[in-house]
Design a protein around this ligand. Structure first.
Ligand SMILES: Cc1cc2nc3c(=O)[nH]c(=O)nc-3n(C[C@H](O)[C@H](O)[C@H](O)COP(=O)(O)O)c2cc1C
Length: 195
C-alpha cells in the first residue's frame, strides 16, 4: 500500500509538514509507505509554467496514479490554502484523484480559519474526483512544537485526532479492515459535491 503526501507549505521549517511526519510514521507501522512531495522537488519554472513535460512533474503524476490514497497538507494563508499547494495540485491531471481517498491536514495561526479547508480546498479535491474526502485535521500552530534541535512534538489532543484520522485512512485502504473498525463519528465522508 502506498500513500502520496503533498506538502503545500513553501516554508523549509513547515509546521504543517510535521503533521505528515507523524502520519507517515503511523502509516509505516501499518506497512503503508508514504512518498512525499513538496515545491522543493521541482524547479520553480516547472511549477509556475505547469511544465507537464518535465521529468519531475511526470514522476509526481506517476506517483499519484500509483497511490492508494493521498495526504494533503497545507497551512492557512490569507484565509485559504497555500498558493504553493495550488501549483502542485495544478500538476495533477483531470480526475487524477479518482478512486483515491484524501486526508487533508491543515495548520493555521488561529482557529478562526478552521473552515478555510471546507470552502477552498475541498472543492478542488472534489474537482479532481477524489473518491472520499476526510473532514480533515486542523491544527493551531501552537499545537505543533519544534525544539531547537528540530524535534517536533504534537499536543496530545491534536495527536489523538491525527491518529484517528490516519487510522481511518489506513482502514479505507483495506476495505475488510474498515468494516471491522469502530465508527468514530468523524469517519471519511463521501464526496458531496457532484460536478
Ligand atoms: C503569508 C501567511 C499568511 C497567513 N495567513 C493566515 C490566515 O489567514 N489565517 C490563519 O489562521 N493563519 C495564517 N497564517 C499562519 C499560518 O497558517 C501558520 O503559521 C501555519 O502553522 C504555518 O504553517 P507552515 O509552517 O507549514 O507554513 C499565515 C502565515 C503566513 C506566512
Amino acid at each position: 500500500m502506498k500513500i502520496v503526501a503533498i506538502s503545500g507549505s513553501p516554508s523549509r521549517q513547515s509546521k504543517t509538514a510535521r503533521l505528515i511526519d507523524h502520519a507517515a510514521a503511523r502509516l509505516a507501522a501499518q506497512d503503508i509507505e508514504t512518498q512525499r512531495f513538496s515545491v522543493y522537488d521541482f524547479a520553480a519554472e516547472e511549477l509556475l509554467y505547469g511544465n507537464f513535460a518535465a521529468d519531475s512533474v511526470k514522476a509526481f503524476q506517476q506517483a499519484i496514479v500509483r497511490a492508494d490514497g493521498v495526504l494533503i497538507a497545507t497551512p492557512v494563508y490569507k484565509a485559504a490554502y497555500a498558493g504553493a499547494l495550488k501549483v502542485l495540485l495544478d500538476l495533477i491531471p483531470e480526475g487524477g484523484l479518482a478512486g483515491k481517498p484524501v486526508l487533508p491536514l491543515v495548520s493555521g495561526g488561529s482557529p478562526g480559519h478552521l473552515l478555510a479547508v471546507e470552502y477552498t480546498l475541498k472543492p478542488v479535491l472534489a474537482s479532481l474526483k477524489a473518491s472520499e474526502i476526510h473532514q480533515g485535521v486542523f491544527a493551531v500552530e501552537q499545537q505543533i512544537a519544534v525544539s531547537p534541535q528540530g524535534q517536533a512534538s504534537l499536543a496530545d489532543e491534536l495527536r489523538q485526532r491525527l491518529d484517528e484520522a490516519v487510522d481511518d485512512l489506513a482502514a479505507l485502504l483495506r476495505p475488510a479492515a474498515r468494516l471491522a473498525a469502530p465508527h468514530r463519528g468523524h469517519d471519511f465522508i463521501s464526496r458531496t459535491i457532484s460536478l
